[in-house]
Design a protein around this ligand. Structure first.
Ligand code: SF4
Ligand code: F3S
Length: 269
C-alpha cells in the first residue's frame, strides 16, 4: 500500500552528459523502480521515457498543466546564455534552454538542480566558458531552488531531498550555496578514511609508490578534500561500494563552485 502521495517530477536535461540520470538509475536504496513506482511520479524524462518527438512534447505540456504549482522540476546540465542562448535549443519550436527552464520553473513547486553543471555551471562553465554557461540559481528567482552538486550528484542525496519534501512539504535546510545541510554540512577531509595518515604525515608522493600501495593520504597528489563539502566520504557511491579516495585518487572538489578551474588535478606547490 502507498503510505504517501507520489510527488510529480519533471526532469529536464540541458547542457549535460546525462551522468546524473545515470547515477539515479543506479540508486539502490531505494532502487530506481521502487522510487518511480512508490515515491515519484516521473511525468517527463527524455532519457528514460518511451515517447519521443511531438508525443514527448505533448506529455510535457500535459504534466505542466495538470500538476501546476505542485511538480518538482529537476534540472540536469548548465544553461548557455551567450549568443541569446542559441548554443542550446530544444523541440520543434527552437525554444532555447534558457527559455525552456524559465517556462517550466514558473509553475514548479520547487526547482532542484542536480550535478555540478546545473548547480554552478560545471565543466561547460570552465574558462573560457564559450557558451556563457551558468547554473539554475543564476536565472531562477522567486521560488525555492535546491542545489545538489557533485559530478555526478549522489542519488542518495536526490532521494533524501525528495523524501523530505514529501514528508514535510518543505525543502530541507540549505546552506548559503542552497545545498541541503544534511548532505553538504560535512568536509570530505573530516570524515576521510585516510585522515589518520594525513595526521601522521604519511603521504602518497608518486603514483604507485609505497604510500599509494598502503592507502596513505593523497594531499600531495592534489586531493581537495580539505576544501570540499560533501557526504561521499561518509556514504560513498553505489550503496557504499566506493568513492574517489577509496579507489586511490584525490578528491577534485566536484561539489564546489568553479571546481574545474579552481581544484581539478592541481597539485600543491
Ligand atoms: Fe584529507 Fe584527501 Fe588526505 Fe583524505 S586523502 S585525509 S581528504 S587530504
Ligand atoms: Fe566529488 Fe570529491 Fe566526493 S571529487 S565525489 S566530492 S571525493
Amino acid at each position: 500500500a502507498e503510505l504517501m502521495n507520489r510527488v510529480p517530477v519533471i526532469w529536464i536535461e540541458l547542457q549535460d552528459c546525462a551522468g546524473n540520470s545515470e547515477a539515479l538509475l543506479r540508486s539502490s536504496a531505494p532502487t530506481v523502480d521502487s522510487l518511480i513506482f512508490d515515491v515519484l511520479s516521473l511525468e517527463f524524462h527524455e532519457t528514460i521515457m518511451a515517447a519521443s518527438g511531438h508525443q514527448a512534447d505533448a506529455q510535457l505540456e500535459d504534466a505542466v498543466e495538470h500538476f501546476k504549482g505542485k511538480y518538482l522540476l529537476f534540472v540536469e546540465g548548465s544553461i548557455p546564455t551567450a549568443m541569446n542562448g542559441q548554443y542550446g535549443t530544444i523541440g520543434a519550436s527552437g525554444e532555447t534552454f534558457q527559455e525552456h527552464l524559465m517556462r517550466l520553473s514558473k509553475d514548479a513547486g520547487a526547482v532542484i538542480a542536480v550535478g555540478a553543471c546545473a548547480t554552478f555551471g560545471g565543466v561547460p562553465a570552465a574558462a573560457p566558458n564559450p557558451t556563457g554557461a551558468v547554473g539554475v540559481m543564476d536565472l531562477v528567482k522567486g521560488k525555492p531552488v535546491i542545489n545538489i552538486p557533485a559530478c555526478p550528484a549522489n542519488p542518495a542525496n536526490m532521494v533524501g531531498v525528495v523524501l523530505h519534501y514529501i514528508l514535510t512539504g518543505q525543502v530541507p535546510e540549505l546552506d548559503s550555496l542552497l545545498r541541503p545541510k544534511f548532505a553538504f554540512g560535512y568536509r570530505i577531509h573530516d570524515n576521510c578514511e585516510r585522515r589518520a595518515h594525513f595526521d601522521a604525515g604519511e603521504y602518497v608522493e608518486e603514483w604507485g609508490d609505497e604510500g599509494a600501495k598502503n592507502n596513505w593520504c593523497l594531499y600531495k597528489m592534489g586531493c581537495k578534500g580539505p576544501m570540499t563539502f560533501n557526504n561521499c566520504s561518509i556514504i560513498r557511491y553505489n550503496e557504499g561500494t566506493n568513492w574517489p579516495i577509496g579507489v586511490g585518487r584525490g578528491c577534485i572538489g566536484c561539489s564546489e563552485p568553479d571546481f574545474w578551474d579552481k581544484y581539478a588535478y592541481e597539485r600543491p606547490m
